[in-house]
Design a protein around this ligand. Sequence first.
Ligand code: ADP
Length: 180
Amino acid sequence: METKIGSTVIRLVQGDITKEVTDVIVNAANTSLRGGGGVDGAIHRAGGPEILQECIQKYPEGCKTGEARITTAGQMSAKYVIHTPGPIWRGGQQNEKRLLKHCYRNSLLLATEYNAKSIAFPSISTGVYGFPIERASKIALSTVIENLASTTITEVCFVLFSDSDYQIYEKNLQRIGKEE
Ligand code: ADP
């Protein structure tokens, strides 16, 4: 589905984020920035070894949870990958919500520094990191919408891997769209 918030298009798609042709693809990374499983593994495989080389060279210390770092997108159609380690869900009392918000906000701000017009997000933290998707989807959508005005972005795409994740994002985007 697609909806407009101000002059920005918000698009939901089901599929593989590595195939997106947006300026930026966001990676649900881990703090080492040395690759991993899930969407992180898929991005490094699709982009090729330059992504890891740049991570090692530029970010020897990795990246803290909620922060964001940028590299080339290698062989993918996107111009950049923004790597942001999401919080590991530990029951909800360990700042998980705030940190997840930071992931989305810091990714948008970094994309803006590079003058990006379009960005694709996966559902950060809702895979191996265990963040409940219902709550995570609301945080993802509302944080992006709240921060759009301070960015260069005119198109935001959420790429959901499974049909059930897609349905949850769709329901919540429809709700938020009505409130806007
Ligand atoms: P995290 O460690 O942040 O939970 P995961 O990669 O385990 O990250 O999962 C985040 C989300 O990304 C999950 O919903 C997972 O199904 C999804 N995912 C996995 N591979 C891809 C892909 N190629 N494109 C888009 N989303 C993906």
